[in-house]
Design a protein around this ligand. Structure first.
Ligand SMILES: [Zn+2]
Length: 393
């Protein structure tokens, strides 16, 4: 038995590591199992587009696999994008799962594999090996999803994709086990990428059967260009593996909103930021005031949490001021621990402050086309509340 992982054969200009891997498996003519598509740490330097790596379990011996892969390494390098750094890893057994968790949660420096497991590396010296080992190491036992990736014929690559938008909408209704098929707000399909890569579409879903049947239906029921093949991957997409647990905090500063719409604030648990692409998350952050209690899920990078989901748990009073006295004057503070008092007639107030109460919010998330591949949509997973939530309310 052997595990083969591949990363970094594409670039922003084109190519696709998943397509390269499918072609490689075809050329090698081996039987394989558990093909997986794994997304990694979104802030990684030199990351490829979408930061995806792939692997599969080959049904041949390690020694046979070494020779077979070796025969195709030059072909693979020649076919990779000019500014990519292909990395391929072959191991006799599956690597330790901690390798995956490091690569999805933090910056990984070393391209060496520190393991007693027999392995062989092919690399052009870049970071591709990191993704390739992480894809082999991934288990996805707690959570995983599926993607059916469909590839374009060579002659179509670069031209506009031909898929019927109406049938995507219909497929979305017919196959509730699939998700992120379209953006309901913009009435627009999300399954086709917009880059000049060889992928025609990717259907994501909860089970292998969901993504297989949805594509079969789409192919038989809508106008679609000729396809060159497909692969059903098990994946870590939409599982939230990249972020830790929910953090609950009190807002300490009035949010700063830049001209480009990026918003940031300081809280009792650290600084937070939501870029304008964050949509509803950004809007909610912009409207916060000091004293608001919020919960978030986000990626900490260089000391700042980049918010991916946000909820207003308990709102501070808006337009907070002292109440009016019946004589027409506004009450004033009468010192610590005392009720406010009217400076003119001396009447004591029954309430300390008046203002506008607002309700807590639901969880907010960016629009579907602005989310990370790793991010779990709210329709799939509602964040589990912070265990310390009660101490804030
Ligand atoms: Zn008064």
């Amino acid at each position: 038995m052997a595990w083969l992982g591949l990363d970094d054969t594409d670039s922003l200009d084109g190519g696709c590591t998943t397509e390269m891997f499918v072609r490689l498996l075809e050329r090698m003519g081996v039987e394989y199992d558990d093909p997986r598509l794994v997304r990694l740490w979104p802030f990684a330097e030199n990351r490829t587009r979408g930061n995806a790596a792939v692997a599969a379990n080959l049904k041949i011996s390690f020694d046979e696999a070494v020779n077979l892969v070796e025969e195709h390494w030059i072909w693979l390098c020649e076919r990779s994008e000019p500014d990519s750094n292909p990395g391929m890893v072959l191991t006799e057994e599956q690597l330790d799962e901690s390798i995956y968790w490091n690569a999805v949660r933090m910056h990984v420096e070393s391209t060496d594999i520190d393991t007693p497991i027999r392995h062989h590396l092919w690399s052009t010296g870049g970071t591709g090996v990191i993704g390739a080992t992480a894809a082999i190491a991934w288990r996805g036992i707690q959570d995983h999803t599926w993607e059916n990736t469909v590839y374009r014929s060579a002659e179509n690559i670069g031209s506009p994709r031909r898929i019927d938008e109406n049938s995507i909408a219909e497929m979305d209704k017919k196959f509730p086990g699939t998700f992120l098929n379209r953006d309901p707000r913009k009435q627009k399909g999300l399954i086709a990428p917009r880059s000049p890569c060889p992928v025609l579409l990717g259907i994501r879903g909860e089970t292998e059967d969901d993504v297989r049947s949805a594509f079969e239906w789409l192919r038989n029921n809508g106008d679609m260009e000729e396809v060159a093949g497909n692969m059903v991957w098990r994946t870590n997409q939409a599982c939230d593996d990249h972020i830790g647990s929910v953090i609950t905090a009190t807002v300490e500063t009035t949010p700063v909103v830049r001209t480009n719409g990026h918003a940031s604030a300081s809280t009792s648990e650290g600084d937070i930021v939501a870029f304008s692409e964050g949509g509803d998350v950004n809007k909610l952050l912009q409207g916060l005031i000091p004293g608001d209690v919020i919960s978030w899920l986000g990626l900490e990078h260089l000391g700042v949490y980049h918010l991916e989901r946000l909820r207003l748990v308990k709102a501070a009073l808006r337009f907070k001021q002292r109440p009016m006295c019946h004589c027409g004057k506004r009450m004033k503070s009468a010192g610590k621990g005392q009720s406010p008092r009217c400076p003119t007639c001396g009447t004591q107030s029954e309430v300390d402050w008046i203002g506008e109460h607002i309700e807590p919010s639901e969880w907010m998330e960016p629009a579907p086309d602005r989310r990370r591949h790793l991010a779990a949509p709210l329709e799939r997973k509602i964040p589990k509340d912070d265990i310390d939530l009660k101490s804030h309310i």
